[in-house]
Design a protein around this ligand. Structure first.
Ligand code: PBG
Length: 310
């Protein structure tokens, strides 16, 4: 239990979406332990990725662009937990850190966002689409090679403004983010995962803590969602086996149906010229092994040079 004289410090990035995720975490902890809002303090931390907004992320490079400063605060005890979008998290946490608490997963789908067209298929030949996501760019280029892609960084408001200003005719945003921002109305249509397979862990919030902080582990245990954990385990094992750098377009989604786990994965060339997809179905407990196995199938079909060539 948090000590009433010392609030539990919840670390997060400072974006509107990140803060919404931190408040959701706080609300779940308050409900699970019947605690008042004063038992928590939300601490916003600026990361390297937040600081550099004028360059494509892939140019800045490096793992943990959005996490390093937050994990430093955790290591130094300036915060007790860190709330993350799991889709932005490296597959391995730094020594002494663990993510073993996942909130119930939101909508995993991408949203098609456009003032001009109701779906990808309705975009006119040669239309300009804004996205800085390597995965979405590759998937779109694969599906509609005629479209022109432009970089599109910034928060949701910035991106919507760019659409309004005609910088691009359409973009993509995660349904989960739009829902948490209460901005679902900007989604023209959710995209079926079989048309655009989401990023690994899309829509999942994970909570990181110091491995040796068992008090906090006990506090988090009741808000962990077991099914989300099982799905994320399979997806992240798949990602880890691909050694997913931010230069590699990778998509992956695990779903549970009738007590079984179905895992789909895809790797693409950044220019969309090639895409390889496959699926596995098996026991939920075998999720991690299925993830590795699926990654190995895709790697062997794509050939040894596929990941290194990009
Ligand atoms: N890479 C940025 C990012 N990280 C998590 C989300 C959305 C929320 C989620 O998927 O959990 C987004 C924005 C987006 O892709 O539209």
């Amino acid at each position: 239990m948090p000590n009433p004289s010392r609030p539990l410090k919840i670390g997060t990035r400072g974006s509107v979406l990140a803060l919404a995720q931190a408040y959701e975490t706080r609300a779940r902890l308050m409900a699970a332990h019947d605690l008042p809002v004063e038992a928590f303090e939300v601490v916003a931390i600026k990361t390297t990725g937040d600081r550099i907004t004028d360059r494509p992320l892939k140019e800045i490079g490096g793992k943990g662009l959005f996490t390093r400063e937050i994990e430093e605060a955790l290591a130094e005890g300036r915060i007790d937990i860190a709330v993350h979008s799991m889709k932005d998290m490296p597959t391995i946490q730094p020594e002494g850190m663990v993510i073993d608490c996942l909130l119930p997963r939101e909508d995993v789908r991408d949203a098609f966002v456009s003032p001009h067209a109701a779906s990808i298929d309705e975009l006119p030949q040669g239309a300009v689409v804004g996205s800085s996501s390597l995965r979405r760019r590759a998937q779109l280029a694969h599906y509609r090679p005629d479209l022109k892609l432009v970089e599109f960084r910034g928060n949701v408001q910035t991106r919507l403004k760019k659409l309004e200003d005609g910088v691009a005719q359409a973009t993509f945003l995660a349904m989960a983010g739009l829902r948490r921002l209460e901005m679902l109305h900007v989604a023209r249509a959710p995209i079926r995962p079989d048309q655009m397979l989401p990023a690994v862990a899309q829509g999942a919030i994970g909570i990181e803590r110091r491995s040796d902080d068992l008090n906090t582990a006990g506090l988090l245990a009741p808000i962990h969602d077991v099914e989300t954990g099982q799905r994320i385990t399979a997806e992240r094992a798949f990602l880890a086996r691909l050694d997913g750098s931010c230069q590699t377009p990778i998509a992956g989604l695990a779903e549970l149906a009738e007590g079984r786990l179905v895992l789909r994965g895809q790797i693409l060339k950044p220019d969309g010229s090639q895409a390889f997809s496959a699926r596995r179905e098996g026991e939920i407990a075998d999720g991690a092994a299925m993830g590795i196995d699926l990654a190995e199938e895709l790697l062997s079909r794509a050939g040894p040079d596929f990941l290194s060539h990009i």
